[in-house]
Write a protein that binds this ligand. Structure first.
Ligand code: GLA
Length: 399
């Protein structure tokens, strides 16, 4: 990852050209900065005064996440079983003592500068342009870094592919800006940042990005916010396949699904705590389907956790495949592309099961298989064998 940062840094960074733009209501200024050709050392000199080069730089990598099972359960006080993965986003923050923070990302040609002291106000944070400034601003608003500087962002995660690129970035930013405390405390700040940026996400993604554990999945109970670690058997392999259909949650029906679940909960209480026998009280057929997905998904989360513990990988895979069907037919968040990827993966010898992972509406599919069963290079879209990794940690470097 550090090598990736250096390599990316050497790509095109040298003198920084700066132009400025103001947000319509004049409350926040985002100053775009543009990289031009040359070497990285020159860029560092241009961006940071002499004294700053001696200060303590901080670097953190936020892992992406793959949810093995339990989607659309977190905002319903249900259960999920995600892992943090060995693809992620690295942020290197060099304090300069300035009154703002300049961000450069290898994903965007122009950098941006945001002021310190942004208010936790969705009207401010959620309307910034360019849109990638919103999450970054949300983290400034919730974590409240006290010193300005320069942040460089590189990622090995595909963006908009259902692998929590947002939470990976948010947790890494939170750590380099000085957020301390438990993974839960960091996750709450990151969830709030993403909510401010305009998406009513639950806490699953930042919680596993901040608190994942190598070799294990995190069994999260969102009604108590407790986490148990479930070891992944060494004979199992987890493969993630990007459908190529990328999206930002803001542009999907994610918020509509949250509202539908809230409407169903008015009759039967939080869906993640409902019993499948409670569902008959729901008269609206659409709300019944949404609630049926959540209630049955929580049961399947428990079943997969138990199957992993007892080494019954075929059973785990079967529940994962059932989960996909439920997300497609009852929750309405799959797509023809995800469905056909799941079918293709399931047709491969040694694949125990497959399902869409994350919010859906595009994104990625996860398969559980026997080691070596899936030839990732033969798949039609990018795919990775992933391993469960630890959550975000921060390093300090004396420059
Ligand atoms: C997105 C959200 C999560 C969760 C999943 C679906 O990844 O960020 O909070 O709701 O969708 O399980």
């Amino acid at each position: 990852m550090v090598a990736a940062l250096s390599a990316a840094g050497q790509m095109r960074q040298s003198a920084l050209e700066e132009t400025s733009a103001t947000i319509p209501d004049g409350r926040v200024t985002v100053a775009p900065r543009v990289y031009s050709s040359g070497c990285r050392r020159m860029a560092d000199r241009a961006a940071a005064p002499e004294g700053a080069r001696m200060s303590l730089a901080r670097r953190a990598t936020g892992p992406g996440r793959v949810n093995l099972i339990g989607d659309h359960t977190d905002y319903n006080r249900g259960l999920a079983l995600p892992i943090a993965i060995d693809l992620g986003t690295t942020v290197e923050f060099t304090p300069t003592g300035s009154s703002g923070i300049t961000f450069f990302s290898t994903l965007h040609r122009q950098g941006i500068t945001l002021p310190l002291g942004l208010p936790p106000d969705p009207e401010v944070v959620g309307t910034l342009e360019p849109s990638w400034a919103r999450l970054v601003a949300g983290v400034i608003a919730t974590v409240g870094p006290e010193i300005g500087g320069v942040c460089r962002i590189v990622t090995t995660l595909p963006v908009g592919a259902g692998l929590s690129s947002s939470a990976a970035l948010a947790t890494a930013l939170a750590k380099v800006f000085g957020a301390t405390g438990s993974p839960m405390a960091v996750a709450k700040l990151c969830q709030q940042a993403e909510n401010l940026s305009g998406v009513p996400v639950g806490i699953m993604d930042p919680l596993v990005c901040a608190g994942g554990r190598a070799g294990s999945a995190s069994l999260i109970d969102f009604s108590t916010l407790s986490v148990e670690y479930v070891p992944i058997p060494g004979s199992a392999e987890i493969v993630v396949v990007d459908s190529g259909q990328h999206r930002t949650l803001r542009d999907t029906k994610y918020a509509v699904r949250v509202a539908e679940c809230e409407a169903a909960a008015e009759t039967i209480g939080p869906l993640g705590l409902a019993h499948e026998s409670d569902l008959a009280q729901l008269r609206d057929p659409l709300l019944l389907k949404r609630a049926r997905h959540v209630a049955s998904e929580c049961r399947r989360v428990r079943q997969v956790a138990e199957a992993l513990v007892s080494g019954h990988l075929w059973a785990a895979g079967t529940y994962m495949t059932e989960s996909h069907r439920s997300l497609a037919e009852d929750f309405g968040v799959s797509t023809p592309g995800l469905d056909s990827l799941v079918d293709h993966l399931r047709s491969i010898d040694g694949v125990y099961g497959a399902r869409m992972t994350g919010a859906g509406f595009g994104g990625s599919v996860v398969a559980l298989s026997r080691t070596g069963a899936i030839d990732v290079a033969s798949l039609p879209t990018p795919a990775w064998r992933v391993t469960a990794t630890d959550g975000t940690a921060v390093n300090h470097d004396r420059r």
